[in-house]
Design a protein around this ligand. Sequence first.
Ligand SMILES: [Fe+2]
Ligand SMILES: [Fe+2]
Length: 533
Amino acid sequence: MKAQLETEGPTSHGPPADQGRPYASPKQQGPLSDSALRKQVEKLNQIGIALSSETNLERLLELIVREARAFTWADAGSLYILDQGMLYFHVAQNDTLKRRTDSPPGFKPYPLPLSKESIAGYVAITGEILNIENVYNLPRTVPYNFNPDFDLRNDYVTRSMLVVPMKDREGQRLGVLQLINATMETGLVVSFQESVEHLVMSLASQAAVAIRNAKLIANIKALFQALIRYSTSAIDARSPHTAGHSRRVAAYSEAMAVAINDETEGPFRDVFFTPEQMEELDYAAWLHDIGKIGVPEQILDKENKLSAEAMGAISTRFDLIKSLTVNRLLHHRSSESKKDPWRNTAGKEMENAEQEVDGELNFITKVNRSPSLSDEDLNTLKEIASKTYEDLRGNARPYLTDTEVECLSVKQGNLTDEEYKKIQTHVEHTYNIVKNIPFTQTLKNVPFFSASHHEFLDGTGYPRGLTSDGLPLQARILAVADIFDALTAVDRPYRSAITPSKACQVLKAHAKAGRLDQDIVNLFTEKALYNKT
Ligand SMILES: [Fe+2]
Ligand SMILES: [Fe+2]
């Protein structure tokens, strides 16, 4: 190891892979010429603009290290972010290792305690810039040491280092930028020029401002995401039948979008969702049923054709009918016995009458719970509904009210037409709620995507009856995810969950009938993407 240090460094070293270097290379020692300096300042301005337009923190950190390395001809570079007294290793770029393995250098992001014993820690604490000629030959007087773990693990030799604190305009230190091995065109590793120190410092402070902004944006985004996730989960949890639904629809949608991005052949080979489009789809999926807040809970939560209260009222009424019938028969018996004391058939009649009323109530109870109603049962129901009894005031009353008959007569499921329409309005509520969220330009389609999850390609969906021309891939993905979860979710009203393979058959039938996107259904079912939640 040491022998290597005394030579030109690793033979695989060469100029960093970045193209287009308008700046001075390390071989140009001494003060920079006016034109070289002007070029560097211009480049610095360009980098500043690039940094200020990148809002994704991870991409920003990569950009900072890449630009700083290009600026200084550094073979490698890394970046630490200071957070709650610890330095977190975020970026590791190394051209030599990249050329060797064609994969990023092997390193484990680990937090470093903020201490003057490490080079990065020293710079973070003191705010000093360190320009080290050879890290393996540090003066005994300095408090910091070089940790050779990375070199040993990766068979790499670190030699020169330029370590710069990243401070914002208020002087607050946000992290440390570490540039490694200034490399000449010949591959010779040399020290970093003193003349680039102030330029790298300037770049580091621009980077610090950009990091601060990106962190702020990331925090706001995380807050907004959490708010959306908690509020939609709370709406889902209003009914045990929909608890967790939006989360699962978002997970299935993401799995489909990722799988589409991975496709290199077939119908999706040229389709790629950008990170912004992935984010847009995620918001649309989480928000797609937020409009259910506008649908009464008793409809959303309806487990049977009638509510427990309505069924309780019928039960009480039928008890009354039974009592009134028995009373009527008793009264009849007492007047008959006066005429003919030897004749008494009322006991049997009472028993029959009681059995009849009980049988009718049992039948109603069965119909109430049944997910479907046969024609025969409908006729029986109509017969019961046509019957009346005489109340205590002598008024004729129907066995069942019109509303009860309407609810019990539903042939499939347990919702009346009116209730079904009310449930369907949730999509319009979703649109009206989501369109009022001030999404940025890159997320502008969230309201449309989220409100299109019940549309079918053949125009038979709702609310707008859109057809394939008007339904982008994102809306088609949401439709598949939504139906799959509705079929497989446990604890749904009037039927138990079906298995994923049966649900896939249903999706395929919808696709075959032209309602769902065939290619998406194929992808979802063949790759069993429902397992990726
Ligand atoms: Fe929905
Ligand atoms: Fe849904």
